[in-house]
Design a protein. Structure first.
Length: 472
């Protein structure tokens, strides 16, 4: 049975003026319930999306939707799931015409549910993939021309692969595309609706909404902790549009060296494939004298100020980081006490910050937590972690195109540098990879494509817009 404790939330580095902040705890299940996302709803309300344990003796979870007003008072609550099946895997929520759409898991399959404004189910769709033992959907976005794109991953005999699925407004599957190895999480549909951006692990890709076909894919090989390797890993979980065909991604960067360390990771680029900068924030080290662990959990773009809002947990406490679009750290604020448990989600709604998550109430009990700040009152603090900048350079060219045996890739560079050249097929599978030393001025690299099947391929070079080539 869940025990309910009094919770007093203390905000460090904040000064409250005018309206008082609002904190609410909702005990929705006997043992465990926690929010994973919150979105503004009509009438100044908020819709909270999360998961709750079916009962104390099982480890199966259901979706829940909880509508609250601006003061955090419950307006209505509904649960979604099948008894005996676990719907508690990774989850995503998006606003759509006339209601909301949710994604996650149902047993060993992906699951998408569309509801109206009152949370009544309009349709639900189980997403199955032949020969896949485990399908998870992790995020979802509506397409302006109709339907929805969901990201996720599937596991089978050949390992785990990133995937995307397009579902119509009526709940029919239009297509399912599997990409490169890994787990996909965040996504958004680009302006105009012709493409979508998706991230997972250390990969960023852009694909067409009509077919799921990849336009380009980028692998982040270098990070502020060093090169991606067995000892350094990157788990990207969020991607947002920053307007004017720009994007930002975030995740958790981990190094398993002598001192285990972790940090928020943030990077930015353009939807045309240009990578601009990356940075690490709130680095914590786990050693004999410290138990700090950093885990990033949500990314929010604020168009009015053109800033990024990154949230997560540092040693069990919520830390909200705000940067500009060049990666400059503007402020870092710690929220709450040391007993916050479940990964928080933070958004800025007008003059308020809204935070949801899960709060530990002792003895393994976790409840849903909702916070709304009194005003837009985060205090400015100058940070020390700056971004690593990747300046734009001239366009890449390749001849002949189409090619039979040897592709000549021309790479103009403004300085001496070493870059990674990759050749991938349209599904994102790596076919060729080599390090290239560039000198200031014009450079030419000969890429052997003999032995490859006829078709279309992508050439990726760090700092250049990708180039599509054909093989005869």
């Amino acid at each position: 049975m869940k025990l309910h404790f009094t919770f007093i939330c203390t905000f460090l580095g904040l000064q409250l003026f005018g309206q008082a902040p609002i904190d609410k705890i909702f005990s929705l299940s006997p043992v465990f319930d926690a929010a994973g996302k919150v979105l503004p709803a009509p009438g100044g309300n908020y819709l909270i999306f999360g998961k709750q344990r079916e009962e104390s003796v099982t480890y199966n979870y259901d979706f829940y939707l909880l509508m609250v007003d601006a003061a955090g008072n419950e307006l209505w609550r509904k649960t979604y799931g099948t008894a005996g099946l676990d719907e508690g895997g990774s989850q995503g929520l998006a606003r759509c015409a006339g209601g909301w759409v949710m994604v996650g898991t149902s047993g060993q399959n992906g699951w998408m549910v569309r509801v109206n404004e009152q949370g009544t189910v309009l349709w639900s769709k189980v997403i199955e993939i032949p020969n896949a033992s485990n399908v998870k959907l992790t995020d979802v976005a509506p397409v302006p021309s109709g339907g929805f794109i969901a990201s996720g991953y599937e596991g089978g005999c050949s390992g785990v692969e990133m995937l995307a699925v397009k579902v119509s407004d009526a709940g029919q599957v239009d297509w399912i595309e599997e990409y490169t190895d890994g787990e996909a999480y965040g996504l958004y549909v680009t302006e105009g609706g012709g493409a979508f951006m998706m991230v997972g692990e250390n990969k960023i890709l852009k694909a067409r909404t009509a077919t799921g076909q990849i336009t380009w894919m980028r692998t982040i090989d270098q990070t502020p902790f060093g090169a991606i390797s067995a000892g350094v890993r990157l788990d990207l979980t969020d991607v947002v549009s920053t307007g004017d065909h720009g994007y930002a991604v975030s995740g958790t960067l981990v190094s398993d060296g002598t001192d285990y360390k972790s940090a928020y990771f943030v990077a930015a680029g353009t939807e045309y494939g240009l990578f601009q900068w990356d940075a690490a924030y709130n680095t914590s080290v786990l050693n004999n004298t410290s138990s700090d662990i950093t885990a990033q959990s949500s990314l929010h773009y604020m168009p009015n100020t053109q800033d990024l809002l990154i949230s997560g947990l540092v040693n069990g406490r919520i830390v909200v980081t705000r940067t500009d679009l060049q990666g400059k750290l503007l402020e870092n604020v710690t929220l709450g006490g040391a007993n916050l448990y479940y990964q928080p989600f933070v958004l800025k709604d007008g003059g308020h910050y809204v935070v949801v998550g899960g709060i530990s109430e002792g003895f393994g009990n976790v409840s849903t937590w909702f916070h709304r700040s009194g005003e837009n009152i985060l205090a400015l603090q100058q940070g020390t972690n700056g971004p690593q900048i990747y300046p734009a350079i001239d366009a890449m060219r390749a001849y002949p195109n189409p090619v039979a045996d040897v592709l000549q890739v021309q790479l103009p560079s403004g300085s001496e540098q070493t870059v990674v050249l990759e050749l991938r097929d349209l599904a994102g599978r790596l076919l060729r990879r080599q390090l290239v030393d560039l000198y200031k001025g014009e450079n030419q690299v000969d890429l052997d494509v003999s032995g490859l099947s006829a078709g279309m391929f992508w050439v990726f070079v760090e700092g250049f817009a990708p180039l599509q080539v054909g093989r005869l």
